[in-house]
Design a protein. Structure first.
Ligand code: SF4
Ligand code: SF4
Length: 405
């Protein structure tokens, strides 16, 4: 890339005033001495890489892309984007088989669905975990998410008619997790939106948002997914005038921010119509819609804000919705990374760092001792459940549980 193209860089590295605040907020830097940290890997490194790509440092692979450095930076430098862009531009190492498997969430879901009970049983076996550890370097201490025998898409298709009867409509970008692992979250969203008089439509065949592909060196595949998804989203937003809601903070950040900033895919036609469902619901309530809650719902809930939700700046909507449920004793957990970062914590070489990053959060959850941990990210859920034993539930599902029939 020519130097000229960086006179006004997309990621603002020229704005860095070298305050080092980002280094204090980087969870990886605190546990992994091999990682140079956000300032060096981001704006400082970018100056050198533009002079000569030889300065690219392969230790940038340790960045979790959690974006905490960007939230912390007082100058608005897109530190994590600088790091991920550098990896896309300069690291041409072929992804390992393990990384391809972990990043291909759509494909794995499709292959696994017909034999979900068998796969769920096998991936829970000690011997299978040891084999994956030895052959693929997927850490044997990791617990794998379960697959569902029926996809969310199939379920919603069978309810298309009744959804179409609602006076107001939204489209739902459900993501791989809801479609293949946990359709109940999608069903809960349908229940909550229906209670507000809103019907839910599928998009005209979405693909995985591609976040795991971006961080696993598969940016070309991620770009193909992005181009496809933007075309599909345009049909909903531009042609039909629908808002598109989501239930995963990482999918949302990818669709809204990573597509243009990392993959160069223009999403301006749909960007402002892509909302976390919690934000959409909150805005409907503000506009006068009403929920009827159960009177016998009593739970102590601790809310963990996922890193990508912090970057979006939208945790306030989940928090306010949870606080409005009568009978909820609410605790907002301290801002902290859980350490899994999607596929990062599954890798043998990252497992120890992943758990060390998450430990302060796990410790706080143990001390609060809630009935439920609330969280808008599926991989945080896997990490917290595995590491603490507490049940982690998306705020949408908590709302669904708390609604009067
Ligand atoms: S994205 Fe996260 S891991 Fe990467 S440099 Fe920023 S704070 Fe550190
Ligand atoms: S926080 Fe921002 S301004 Fe400060 S060193 Fe990091 S990138 Fe530079």
């Amino acid at each position: 890339m020519k130097l000229q193209e960086y006179t006004e860089s997309r990621h603002n590295f020229e704005e860095c005033m070298k305050c080092t605040v980002c280094t204090a907020y980087c969870p990886v830097l605190q546990v992994n001495p091999l990682y140079p940290g956000p300032k060096q890997a981001g704006p400082d490194g970018e100056r050198l890489r533009l002079k000569d790509p030889w300065f690219f440092n392969y230790a940038l692979k340790y960045c979790m892309n959690c974006k905490r450095c960007e939230v912390a930076c007082p100058s608005g430098v897109r530190v994590a984007d600088l790091i991920q862009s550098a990896r896309i531009r300069y690291d041409h190492t072929k992804p390992k088989l393990r990384d391809r498997i972990l990043a291909s969430t759509d494909l794995m879901g499709k292959l696994t669905r017909p034999v979900a009970p068998v796969v769920n049983g096998v991936t829970g076996l000690k011997i299978a975990k040891s084999a994956m550890d030895a052959m693929l370097k997927i850490d044997h201490r990791r617990t794998f998410p379960k697959y569902s025998g029926r996809s969310f898409e199939a379920w919603l298709r069978s309810h298309e008619k009744e959804q179409a009867a609602f006076p107001k409509q939204v489209a739902y970008f459900h993501g791989c997790y809801v479609n293949y692992n946990h359709p109940d979250l999608g069903k809960d969203l349908v229940k909550v939106l229906n209670a507000l008089g809103v019907g839910v439509q599928l998009l005209d065949h979405e693909k995985c948002c591609g976040i795991a592909m971006i961080t696993n060196g598969m940016s070309e595949q991620a770009t193909r997914h992005a181009v496809h998804n933007i075309a599909v989203l345009k049909k909903a937003v531009v042609d039909k005038g629908l808002t598109v809601v989501t239930t995963s903070s990482s999918c949302t950040l990818t669709l809204r921010e990573e597509y243009p900033n990392l993959l160069g895919v223009d999403n301006s036609a749909v960007h402002d119509s892509l909302l976390m469902a919690t934000r959409y619901i909150y805005e409907r309530l503000e506009a006068g819609a009403k929920f009827r809650f159960r009177t016998d719902f009593h739970k102590k809930i601790a809310y963990h804000v996922p890193c990508h939700m912090e970057r979006l700046g939208w945790s306030i909507f989940s928090e306010r919705l949870l606080r409005m449920i009568p009978g909820v004793e609410f605790t907002l957990l301290d801002s902290a990374c859980c350490g899994i970062a999607g596929t990062y914590g599954f890798k043998k070489e990252n497992y120890e760092a992943s758990q060390a990053v998450g430990e302060p959060l796990f410790e706080q959850i143990r001390s609060v001792n809630p009935d439920i941990v609330a969280c808008d990210c599926e991989t945080c859920k896997w990490q917290i459940e595995m590491s603490t034993g507490y049940s982690v539930i998306n705020p949408i599902s908590i709302l669904a549980q708390a609604l009067a029939e």
